[in-house]
Design a protein around this ligand. Sequence first.
Ligand SMILES: *Cc1c(COP(=O)(O)O)cnc(C)c1O
Ligand SMILES: [Zn+2]
Length: 390
Amino acid sequence: MKSYVIDLECTYPGCDEKYCIDEINKLCIKCGRVLYARYDIEAVKKNMSKDDLIKRDPNMWRYFEMMPVKDPKNVICLGEGFTPIFKAENLGKVEGYSDLHIKDEGLNPTGSFKARGLSAALSKAKELGIKKVTMPSAGNAAGAMAAYAAAGNLEAHVFMPNDAPIMNQKESTLAGASLNLIDGLINDAGRLSNEFADKENLFDVSTLKEPYRQEGKKTMGYEIAEQFGWELPDSIVYPTGGGTGIVGMWKAFDEMESLGWIGSKRPKMFTVQATGCAPIVKAFEENTQHAELWENASTKAAGMRVPVAVGDYLILEALRESGGGVAAIEDEDMIENMKLIASTQGILPAPEGAATYVGLNKLVSERKIDKEEKILLMNTGSVFKYFELM
Ligand SMILES: *Cc1c(COP(=O)(O)O)cnc(C)c1O
Ligand SMILES: [Zn+2]
């Protein structure tokens, strides 16, 4: 298999800077915004068809032509991706949803979809000759980074708020990462990780500040299309923190349309956040291009406790272009509905996953989603990471 990646391109409107794919890059040097990997679509069209996928391994690297790593030897794979989509019949009956589905990302290595992003980012880091990595994390990303660093023989350092879930702390140190607990939030951890990277010459793998985590997360978009027979659902509800997943899926849909794998129909994309940390919800409602820093961010869903997102403009663009929207929900409702999902479906969701169901009910009551639509909830993690909440 061959990757058809060409270069990196700035995503910011009006800035069309391009960067070499074989050099280490982070954000756009000119404008400080997010870079996206671009592919030679025409060559992929000529050399592969989506039917070729049938014979491939059930992990996210099955889309290798559209992945940023050139040499398959650099791929660090623990079996991430190609997680099942379940039709949630029992849960659907509770409120009368006729076509409700859950993609269970809790079945990924290290129990969350962060595995996708870190598999892609550390594989590319390895390809670029990077030996040491660091990252700030509100939780699951750290555990994933530690595992992929171990498998890929990289040295890993993690900066985490000292109230991050215990399991995320343990899994990081278990996999051999050096853990730095800090008295502050994820953005403070980000600053410290960044300073450490500069001082010790490490590569900082913060969400969207390096260009490859979103390439891993975009594979959710490819899978949703493939698993639904190349027909996207009507609505996707996503628990949004840094937003890598939502912008990744949106990128995947565009790529697949140019490849001729899907048509122009897009799902309505919805962001769910907790009322204690809802910067994207606020920006969407105020119709701004960027989100302001959310002061005193607080929610039990560590993955959604992200007070500021580098890719805010990309998230907001996806929500708006898709005709989707936002919902802010209460932590209590989220925790209560973990039980409903687990006891009806047997899927033991992360609080973030339960948040999508609570958000869905709210969006339906506001008539943003119909109960008859084909709806996909993203359960982004497993409850096993959150035993403090049980
Ligand atoms: C990180 C995380 C999120 C948020 O994901 P983004 O793509 O950064 O918005 C949601 N749920 C869980 C379980 C997470 O770990
Ligand atoms: Zn730029």
